[in-house]
Design a protein around this ligand. Structure first.
Ligand SMILES: C[S@@+](CC[C@H](N)C(=O)[O-])C[C@H]1O[C@@H](n2cnc3c(N)ncnc32)[C@H](O)[C@@H]1O
Length: 242
């Protein structure tokens, strides 16, 4: 069951506004160019920001997410229906022989158990063509991002077309490594509605991620820094090997 921040219709509608600038996505477009990928699967596509950019660049795109409210936002950006939107888990995507699968926005951290993560890697493996690539990012645990989240004056109000002014508050609710939990509270000032969203993420080490890739049929080709968040993320580039 996806978190309310993705699955609640009122929160999905304001997600992009609070997410702000998406210069992180340029890196993925550049990697798609580098790998010569024409057919791309966007896993955990959310509101579809990357899927739209990939389709704009002439690629054939399949995008999957279990949060229907986020997919609704995504579909509304794809007026001429260029993208195949799939509601569900990656294991529900039929074998598509895609050249590249991506997970942006630290989607890899939503898979909390080893089994869930292995199933996701296997589902992606089945969707990739032989020697296709999986590219994703995950926050470096040693950078301890949750300490910044807790220290931030994490309250922000923005005016959003169609929703009016909305206040967002973030609090870290638990740190039991490798798990970190946090809560967003949104107040819609136009009608007073308050919606909370609780999330837990798993912070895996580089070694842990590399081992999981190897044991699920991938060869790690490269581990890079995210140019827009230097020192904070690992970007894994893995190739399907069997
Ligand atoms: C932080 S958002 C990132 C969305 C998008 N990739 C982006 O960069 O804007 C995480 C996304 O992961 C999705 N998600 C949660 N559980 C998932 C699962 N089991 N499989 C695939 N996606 C999942 C959420 O619904 C949400 O859309």
């Amino acid at each position: 069951m996806p978190d309310a921040i993705f699955a609640h219709p009122r929160l999905a509608a304001i997600y992009d506004a609070f997410d702000g600038d998406r210069c992180d996505l340029t890196t993925y477009l550049n990697i798609a160019d580098e790998l010569g990928a024409d057919r791309v699967l966007d896993v955990g596509c959310g509101t579809g920001c990357l899927a739209i950019l990939l389709a704009d660049s002439g690629r054939d795109v399949v995008a999957v997410d279990p949060a229907e409210a986020s997919l609704e936002v995504a579909r509304s950006k794809d007026r001429i229906g260029r993208i195949t939107w799939v509601h569900g888990e990656v294991t529900t995507v039929p074998s598509r022989s895609v050249d590249l699968a991506v997970m942006t926005g630290n989607v890899a951290q939503v898979f909390l158990t080893d089994d869930d993560w292995a199933q996701a890697l296997q589902g992606i493996h089945a969707a990739l063509r032989p020697a296709g690539h999986l590219v994703f990012e995950t926050r470096r645990p040693e950078r301890r991002a949750w300490e910044d989240w807790a220290a931030d004056a994490a309250q922000l109000t923005i005016e959003i077309p169609g929703s009016g002014p909305v206040e967002q508050r973030r609090e870290v609710t638990d740190v039991s490594l490798p798990f970190v939990s946090f809560r967003y509270t949104y107040r819609f000032l136009s009608d007073g509605m308050v919606v909370t969203s609780d999330s837990t993420l798993r912070f895996r080490s580089r070694d842990e991620v590399e081992a999981s890739l190897t044991s699920n049929g991938y060869q790690v080709q490269d581990v890079r820094d995210a140019p827009d968040r230097p020192g904070r993320e690992f970007m894994f580039i893995a190739e399907r090997i069997n």
